[in-house]
Design a protein around this ligand. Structure first.
Ligand SMILES: [Ca+2]
Ligand SMILES: [Ca+2]
Ligand SMILES: [Ca+2]
Length: 298
C-alpha cells in the first residue's frame, strides 16, 4: 500500500513537471504571453492547389533600360531576383552572378519574355509590398511571352498604371516562372483573425536524390481574396498588416523557384502561422496541366 501511494505521488509530481514544462515552452514562444492559447488555435488550412503555370525550365526574360528595347539589358533565367543585398536570390542587378551589374534599380522600361514563359515584375526591392519608396504604390505586373512596351506593362500592372500614371523606372525585382501553384487557403474555424504577414508557406520537393525547399510569406507571393480584392475591397494584393477574418478563403500564388516538378513527383507543402499552428499536405503531381487540382488526384 505504501509503495502504491508512493507511485501515485511520483506520477503526480512527474505530470506536474511535464505540465509546467509545456507552459514554459508556451511562454517562450510568446512575445507577450497573455493570449498564448488563442494563438495556438490559429491555423490556416488548404482547400485546393492548382497548377497555375508550368513552363519550360530554360525560360529567360530580358529587361531593357529604354522604350524600344534600348540602353542596358539584363537577362534572367527561371528564378527569383530580389534587390536586397545578401538575401537569397538578391541578384536583380547581376543576374548571371559574374560580379558585373547589368541592371539598374528604378530604371527599366521594357522587357522581352521567351515563348512559353511568364514573369512577374515588382517595384519593391523584395517582390512584395515591403520597401517601396514614399509616394509609390506597391505594384506587380505579370506578363506572358512577347516583347512588352511600357504601355503593356502599365496595362497589366496591378493596380493598373502602377497606381499613378506610369510604371516607368520603378522595377526593382523580378521572378521568372518555371512552375507556379495557386493555393486556395482558408483561415480555419476556431481561429482568430490572422494577420497576412503571419502566414507563410513552404514547399519541399525531391527528385529522389536532392530535396529543394521554397518558402515565402504570402504577402511576398501575391495573395488576395478569391475575387482578387484585399480587405479594403480594392483590386489589390494583401499587405503585411491586413487582418484576414476567421473562416475567410483566399488565394496565394506560390512560385517554386527551386522545384521544377515532373509528373510522378510529390511536393510536401506546409502552411505556417507565426505563433500559431502549422498544417501539412502532400501533393501528387499527376499532371502538369494548368488548372489541375493537386489536392484531389491521389
Ligand atoms: Ca553580371
Ligand atoms: Ca528607363
Ligand atoms: Ca523600385
Amino acid at each position: 500500500m505504501i509503495v502504491f501511494i508512493a507511485l501515485i505521488l511520483v506520477a503526480a509530481v512527474a505530470s506536474t513537471i511535464i505540465i509546467s514544462t509545456i507552459e514554459d515552452l508556451q511562454q517562450d514562444n510568446e512575445d507577450t504571453s497573455s493570449d498564448a492559447i488563442n494563438h495556438i488555435a490559429n491555423k490556416v488550412v488548404m482547400d485546393s492547389a492548382f497548377v497555375s503555370f508550368s513552363g519550360s525550365s530554360d525560360c529567360t526574360a530580358t529587361l531593357y533600360q529604354h522604350s524600344g528595347f534600348g540602353g542596358w539589358s539584363a537577362t534572367y533565367t527561371v528564378g527569383d531576383y530580389s534587390n536586397v543585398p545578401n538575401s537569397v536570390g538578391g541578384t536583380f542587378l547581376d543576374p548571371d552572378g559574374d560580379g558585373n551589374e547589368e541592371a539598374f534599380s528604378d530604371d527599366a522600361t521594357t522587357i522581352k519574355v521567351d515563348d512559353g514563359c511568364e514573369i512577374i515584375m515588382y517595384n519593391g526591392n523584395d517582390f512584395g509590398s515591403g520597401g517601396v519608396p514614399g509616394g509609390q504604390t506597391a505594384w506587380s505586373a505579370r506578363l506572358g511571352a512577347g516583347d512588352h512596351s511600357l504601355d503593356d506593362i502599365n496595362e497589366k500592372a496591378r493596380p493598373q498604371n502602377c497606381g499613378g500614371t506610369s510604371c516607368n523606372d520603378q522595377i526593382s525585382s523580378i521572378k521568372v516562372l518555371g512552375f507556379e501553384l495557386e493555393l486556395i487557403m482558408k483561415i480555419s474555424a476556431g481561429s482568430d483573425n490572422i494577420k497576412a504577414g503571419d502566414i507563410s508557406w513552404a514547399a519541399s520537393c525531391s527528385d529522389g536524390t536532392t530535396a529543394n525547399i521554397d518558402s515565402e510569406n504570402i504577402t511576398f507571393s501575391g495573395s488576395s481574396f478569391i475575387d482578387g480584392t484585399d480587405t479594403l475591397g480594392q483590386e489589390n494584393n494583401f499587405i503585411w498588416s491586413e487582418e484576414l477574418p476567421s473562416q475567410s478563403m483566399f488565394k496565394v500564388e506560390a512560385t517554386l523557384g527551386q522545384c521544377s516538378p515532373q509528373i510522378g513527383d510529390q511536393i510536401e507543402m506546409y502552411i505556417h502561422v507565426h505563433q500559431g499552428a502549422s498544417t501539412y499536405y502532400l501533393l501528387n503531381i499527376r499532371s502538369l496541366d494548368r488548372g489541375n487540382d493537386l489536392m484531389f488526384n491521389s
